[in-house]
Design a protein around this ligand. Sequence first.
Ligand SMILES: N[C@@H](CCC(=O)N[C@@H](CS)C(=O)NCC(=O)O)C(=O)O
Length: 217
Amino acid sequence: MGADASLGVLYTFRRCPYAIRARMALAAADLEVEVREVSLKNKPDALLQASPKGTVPVLALTSGAVVDESLAVMTWALERRDPHGWLARTQAGCRARIAANDGPFKQALDAYKYPWRNASDPEVAWSEALGYLRPLDEQCQSEPYLGGAEPSLADVAIFPFIRQFAAVDADRFASALPLLDTWLNGWLENATFKRIMAKVPVWAPGDSPRYFSTLFS
Ligand SMILES: N[C@@H](CCC(=O)N[C@@H](CS)C(=O)NCC(=O)O)C(=O)O
């Protein structure tokens, strides 16, 4: 990594599943950016100036363009370089799975993981989530990845969310969804994932730039 000059600034948060999927794509594409780890409780002005909606990830490009949706960051990166064919292999079915993940499953995930925040019943949320997860588990019976024999954008975009869901009660998840559990463990052992989960100090204005290739080498 690091053959290119920095293409912009990535505002990110280590554990955020949206930011994880964006870092996965940037790492796969081997693109250099400055990395600014933020605290969501104390968002820096520079982030809010680049994207007033105040979510991460945000990629503020040196061209002045701002990419402030995680799927758009993934697409932007993989359109430049897609060595594993993640984008190339992404069919309409993969897009539909990602939309279901980001919509109803994310809602069920939040209701299951943070019942006190959402005044929700975690058992109802578990059942709702299973309605989405069971077809993925069945998919893993016939083929090892969500879009077929090889990974696609669907796998990379979705696993960070399923990681959060499984972590609430790993044993319950593994016994209800054994094949999806194997799929998830494959991603948790993925070398790129391990790299992009390296801990990074929170950025403060005036810090010397920290680069993706150095932090996530
Ligand atoms: N649709 C956005 C969602 C990003 C998002 O909601 N990220 C969360 C962190 S996981 C966030 O920044 N939340 C704002 C906050 O907590 O204030 C994307 O795909 O990039």
